[in-house]
Ligand binder design. Structure first.
Ligand SMILES: [Zn+2]
Length: 327
């Protein structure tokens, strides 16, 4: 028999965060607010060239346009729209090393009112456009992850109420902004990376034998080992199976229940919390000529709501298509 499901996720995560340390150690930053309805409007532009914008999926946009939900040119942080004077939380334990709170709540300048926090891993986080008198911590004060540190506003260079949250690190000997989404440094569950999965089992542990023009039902189960719930809703961390290697490819085994010819299915459950098993049920239709095939699938997570994107692992299904005139 051919070997079964393969997962490369551990390697992918380690590659994403660098050669030292573990995924767990790197995943220490919570979102800088409490309201789960708050979405990110723009992320960090990781390409310094003018009109070349690289988003957290590593996609490079060759234009000068705004890419809502992803990036805009030259942006150094992440923008979270929120009403004026909404609570802002520290995203990790640390020490306040700078702040300003004397501007008005809505007034031009640059950063406006801000709080800058230094963390034990050598990174800093910056919270700006805060409200007048919106910084509730003082320089030298220790803060903990999730602690209320400020009220949001629209001070500085701000054209609509939002929090600009920025992560900085020393790169090449100098402080610069980095992208916490791309580095997979966010979670809603401290100490765990946002999306991880571990293969468990599937309906047919051998090979699917499918009469030509017939459809069989196949399911596969993965354990959610990450810090975020899997969802069916597109904007909230949708977790789905696709034939994707890496560009989407239309499968000859796409059945009528597939959302497209390359997206096989989303997770069956409305929500799969951390440490729970998610099942993915989908059809396989043998419209190909009789013969031996292997169809490969990837488990993907893509949530604009939490502004994350991950490839969690892959597996494949050996398929034998036999003549529909079964003997
Ligand atoms: Zn911003």
């Amino acid at each position: 028999m051919i070997g079964r499901a393969l997962l490369g996720l551990a390697f992918a995560v380690l590659a994403a965060i660098g050669s030292s340390g573990s995924a767990r150690a790197a995943d220490d930053y919570t979102l800088p607010f409490y309201d789960p309805a708050i979405t990110l409007s723009y992320g960090v532009d990781r390409d310094a060239r003018s009109c070349r914008q690289r988003d957290w999926t590593n996609k490079l946009w060759y234009d000068c346009s705004l890419h809502y939900g992803r990036v805009y040119d030259g942006h150094t942080g992440m923008d979270y729209p929120m009403a004026l004077t909404s609570p802002v939380a520290a995203s990790r334990d640390g020490t306040v090393i700078d702040r300003y709170t004397g501007y008005g709540t809505q007034q031009f300048g640059t950063y406006g009112n801000f709080v800058l926090v230094s963390h034990a891993d050598g990174r800093r986080t910056l919270y700006y456009h805060l409200a007048h008198d919106g910084a509730h911590v003082s320089v030298g004060q220790a803060v903990t992850a999730g602690q209320l540190i400020a009220d949001s506003g629209c001070s500085g260079q701000c054209y609509g109420a939002h929090l600009h949250w920025e992560m900085r690190a020393v790169v090449g000997g100098r402080w610069t902004f980095v992208d916490p989404i791309y580095l997979r440094l966010f979670t809603t569950n401290p100490g765990r990376v946002p999306f991880l999965a571990s293969y468990r089992r599937e309906s047919n542990a051998g090979t699917e034998v499918i009469p030509q023009y017939a459809t069989v039902t196949h399911w596969v189960e993965f354990l959610n080992t990450g810090g975020r719930a899997w969802q069916r809703a597109v904007s909230r961390g949708r977790t789905y199976l696709a034939t994707w290697s890496p560009a989407g490819h239309a499968s000859t085994f796409a059945a009528a229940d597939w959302p497209s010819t390359w997206v096989a299915t989303t997770v069956d459950q409305a929500s799969v919390p951390p440490n729970s098993v998610g099942r993915f049920t989908f059809g396989l239709r043998a419209s190909a000529a009789p013969g031996s095939y292997v169809e490969r699938f990837d488990l993907l997570a893509n949530g604009l709501h939490w502004f994350d994107w991950s490839r969690l692992g892959s597996f494949y299904i050996p398929i034998y298509v036999i003549s529909h005139q079964v003997e």
